[in-house]
Design a protein around this ligand. Sequence first.
Ligand code: ADP
Ligand code: ZN
Length: 746
Amino acid sequence: MLPHSTIIEVAVPLPMDRTFHYLVPGDLAERALPGRRVLVPFGGRRLTAYVLTLLASSDVNTMKEIVEVLDEEPLWTDDELEFFRWVASYYLHPLGEVLKTALPAGINLQTRRFKGQQGTETLSGGRNIRHETYFRPGPAPDPQRPLGSKAQQVLEFIRQQGDVAAAELRGRFGQCALQLKRLQELGLTAAEQREVYRDPFRDESNERDVSRQLNQHQQAAFESLCRSLDSRVFAPWLLHGVTGSGKTEVYLQAIAHALDQGTNALVLVPEISLTPQLVRRFRARFGSGIAILHSGLSDGERYDEWRRIRRGQANIVIGARSAIFAPLERIGIIVVDEEHEASFKQGDALRYNARDLALVRGRLERATVVLGSATPLITSLHAVEQGRLGLLSLPQRVRGIPMPTVETVAMQGIRSTISPQLHQALEQTLADGGQAIIFLNRRGFATFLVCSDCSQPLTCPNCSVTLTFHRSRGQSVCHYCDYAVPAPGTCPACGGLELKELGAGTERVEHDLAELLPRARILRMDSDTTSGKGSHGRLLSRMADGSADILIGTQMITKGHDFPGVTLVGVINAEASLNMPDFRSSERTFQVLSQVIGRAGRGDTPGRVLLQAINPSHYAIQCAIAHDSQGFYRQELDFRREAGYPPFAHLAGLGLSGTTENGVEQQAELTGRLLGQLKRELALRVEILGPAQAPLYRLRGRYRRQILLKAPSRNDLRRLIAAWMARRTSSSTIREIIDIDPVDMM
Ligand code: ADP
Ligand code: ZN
């Protein structure tokens, strides 16, 4: 009979909906503990597995022995494992893959190396970790003989600082290895090797900043948050504040309160607004102790930040959606800024929504959760009405700056991208020394080439989309798969020689503006101009320091920045996003227009917005113009109720894709039929829509069909999908994905 601590339950990072039992040989028993990774034999190969629990016994007869323990410290706490189990069960995703997603990529790299080697790895060992020499004052008193002047300076500096890295000394004194060696021999300094973390913001200056005196609304919101922080129970809040109402100031002060109580803070922001500007604001307020997680970090930087957090060396974590998995303990407050942003939803593999998970993790941690936005989700406002979220509102801009005035420009019959009214307003603004933002909702509306002979647009051979024409690159490009052809060329449909441009992309607007306003300093910001590391921040700072007059851009420019100099905002084609085949298209249009309108007039001069549209009568546009979020909420809620969409139903999407049209169609039909049968067998109230072609029917060479499931009860929805997963016969050539609470309906 084996002693009982030698059986473990593990999860493996494979698409399998179960866990496995393994034996632990005696010499590894002390180290094979929950939260650590182990190497296990699995179907003829070796796999990294995650230890979940120690088992007293197992009914599995043929257990294999684990090969090695990979970590000397646990990667996760029991509480975190509970959270990950919840995630796996809610999103119907294998636990092992959830755990893998939650780890920084850097750690996996290290393990791959290790597998060839047979050493062990700890959080402090391994080759991905760097060391640096630090100097501090040594035990000896003042030197008997005078030192050289450089050595003297170095010594004084070390004494002053108490503790200095070699790199800093080199930066300050140049090459000083000889002096350091001498000082050490004399016992005047002591050196030590210390682990260092790559600091993604090492070049930022260290300005200081103090709390602002809160206005009355901010104060009320702050006090509510303090009360729930003091009570240490789960308290979810919606902070609904118009653009520029001082939401960030409220977060900062509430976070300070949480830190005072000895708890930590997790701040989630959309990737796009994770700018140096935001980070600087946090640094200026809180100094060090901030860890940053976003996709711009290298694997090494990310892994460093992760370890700092795991070791309790950061008490504030700021990050994009994946930061919801940060190994932060004792979380007192979770902030989700711009909670309405679709980018909190992960679009592939584990399709989680970090905004929703913030509430889940907050509940497990008994934390205060603040969802902040100027344009909250319809579902959040509904949750407030039902009492599931507390409401904190900031109805006015700080210092009583008025909301900008908004005018519409009817574009019927106007062929140019910039209307005469907008042109004139721009000239006036520049003459007054102001700055302007030109916003282009490019989704579904870009410059493309159309054949003059057969009128066919140039489309991607792999995806059902038109190719976007990029004048400066001289190419037509697919924004989904990166397919590119030299342009202009000939029409692939009929061989026609003349291709003409249609539609207006950002590049086109930039070109037209440069002609209209030759002296203006124009910046363009979109995914083409911000692909380099730090380029986003550089563009923004040129706007902030006044070295540019006009910023042209897509969604990217609508959030997270505060440019006091911007007094004019122009919107090109305001209704573009209304035509998306998605039940949220009105909500998204209202949100994006409200946000962009809110960019105007944040300084002392009142703002003005000109909104160009062919037909501005839709309620999403009208309510955005009137700054009327209540009115929009009412009308949109009516629409959702009638059409049976959230918050009146829960949704799940099943997507099927494959390289042959027939294969996908057959499998989709089978899936639809099986779902219908299971629904009847289990007597579930679920509406099954489809299978139908996805709006983006071809993507990267794959044909795509989808089934949308709608149900008033989450439980019915989950039971149906779980039953389908158990009964389905998968095809080896068709890929199937499950998307709980889908956000992207394309
Ligand atoms: P939001 O996050 O709602 O868009 P911010 O918190 O960025 O608004 O505030 C907008 C601007 O007003 C910032 O420059 C901020 O420093 C300033 N601010 C915020 N609260 C106050 C206050 N109580 N007094 C003075 N200035 C404030
Ligand atoms: Zn493509």
